[in-house]
Design a protein around this ligand. Structure first.
Ligand code: SDX
Length: 394
């Protein structure tokens, strides 16, 4: 028994850690952050409220939330010298390459937040990361499109401020559309944490050595970049663009089923969910809301995605293997409709997941019994043998 949940001994043996942050029931398609269903949090809360919950274990009171928001706003700017890092990148550098580099480099600036044994250091590094990821991500976009960086506006809430830093220019103010801000805020909530996924496990393993939080989060960003993980939302958009028309769906379904073809249906399947990913349902609803708000009822890719989903869910290959749409299947379409370029999707995933990574890292660091992670292996190499001097080899 772990808390109020009972696990069979086999599962207990495979579990990499104990955690009280996020609960997933993959068979039933259940996702809880600190006991609250994702369906309620995504509709009734905003991202910083959910971030407070994930970090602290309880939803904030109005006073606690106002204090938390004020702290985050005090860290939204980056050290001015950090802006020089961007000039070292190619203009067409992938935003995730920039994030890995710049977030890792935060450990070269914030020496007052590196001592992981000091709770104040742990708190301030958490606040800085949550506050600065949007700024760093928006700067990566601005650098890519050749526009000047926009300073944060602390009169705006978290997600609206990110959209300001993305879409405003010194010549044109960006007035955030509340429906679109709410949609992106919901996307951040849906991506905030997800138990021991590959990137979170990476952050935990890096953190178990005592590495500083900025380096650990940079490690998580690097892992999230992969197309089998956080890079899938970008891959879904590219896949839908390539399919192009409903008439070609059958060809791609056939390829996805073929053992001889490495192609997989991006945005489908999951290591844990063997039911519909609850986040995918919420993402599809959000997609409807955004497209309606923008008058894009006939959005080509959304209609293609829905047709693809319908065909796949009726195909015995996918049904037998319990392959359903996951969080990435619709998230790219929503972000594309919001005017966010495809290459930035995974960076926005990283922005949101930074909250979960920090909470999971803190939970591990705070465990008095915590030891350095040291996975073992089954050795499949040769048995012991002696070295032959090079002139007598071959
Ligand atoms: C995320 O872990 C997390 O929580 C991750 C995440 C999070 O929030 O952190 O949820 C975010 O990473 C979501 C997943 C995003 N990735 C994709 O959408 C990429 C496409 N999906 C696949 O690459 C795949 O489904 C994985 C990587 C997600 C899971 O791969 P597995 O572990 O191989 O899946 P499985 O064991 O369930 O596969 C069972 C069968 C296999 O075929 P058989 O050997 O039984 O014949 O299903 C096949 C797989 O080949 N299969 C697919 C498929 N996914 C699995 N076949 C075609 N298309 C697919 N997408």
């Amino acid at each position: 028994k772990s808390g109020v949940f009972t696990y069979d001994p086999g599962f207990m043996a495979t579990a990499s850690c104990r955690s009280a942050i996020t609960y997933i029931d993959g068979d039933k398609g259940i996702l809880l952050y600190r006991g609250y269903p994702i369906e309620q949090l995504a509709v009734q809360c905003d991202f910083l409220e959910v971030a407070y919950l994930i970090l602290n274990g309880e939803l904030p009171t109005r006073k606690q939330k106002d204090e938390f928001v004020s702290i985050i706003k005090s860290h939204t700017m980056v050290h001015d010298q950090l802006t020089r890092f961007y000039n070292g990148f190619r203009r067409d550098a992938h935003p995730m390459a920039v994030l890995v580099g710049v977030v890792g480099a935060l450990s070269a600036f914030y020496h007052d937040a590196m001592d992981i044994s000091d709770q104040y250091h742990r708190d301030i590094s958490a606040h800085r990361l949550i506050a600065k990821l949007p700024t760093i991500t928006a700067m990566a976009y601005k650098y890519n499109v050749g526009q000047p960086f926009m300073y944060p506006r602390n009169d705006l809430e978290y997600t609206a401020n990110f959209m300001h830093m993305m879409f405003a220019t010194p010549c044109e103010r960006y007035e955030p559309n509340p429906v679109l801000v709410r949609a992106l805020d919901r996307i951040l909530i849906l991506h905030a944490d997800h138990e021991q996924n590959a990137s979170t496990s990476t952050v935990r393993l890096a953190g178990s050595s005592g590495a500083n939080p900025f380096a650990c989060i940079a490690a998580g960003i690097a892992c999230l970049w992969g197309p089998a993980h956080g890079g899938a939302n970008e891959a879904v958009l590219n896949m839908l663009e390539e399919i192009g028309d409903v008439s070609r769906i059958g060809e791609y379904i056939k390829r996805a089923k073929s053992k001889d073809d490495p192609f997989r249906l991006m945005g489908f399947g999951h290591r844990v969910y063997k039911n519909y990913d609850p986040r995918a349902k919420l993402m599809r609803e959000t997609c409807h809301e955004v497209l309606n708000e923008l008058g894009l009822h006939d959005h080509k890719l959304f209609k293609l995605a829905m047709a693809l989903e319908k065909i796949a869910l009726e195909d015995e290959y996918f049904v037998e293997r319990k392959l359903y749409p996951n969080v990435d299947f619709y998230s790219g379409i929503v972000q594309s409709a919001l005017g966010i370029p495809t290459r930035l999707f995974t960076a926005i995933f990283a922005m949101a997941r930074t909250v979960g990574w920090i909470a999971q890292w803190n939970e591990m660091i705070s465990d008095p019994d915590q030891k350095i992670g040291r996975p073992r292996q089954l050795y499949t190499g040769t048995t012991q043998r002696d070295v032959v001097p090079i002139d007598r080899r071959g």
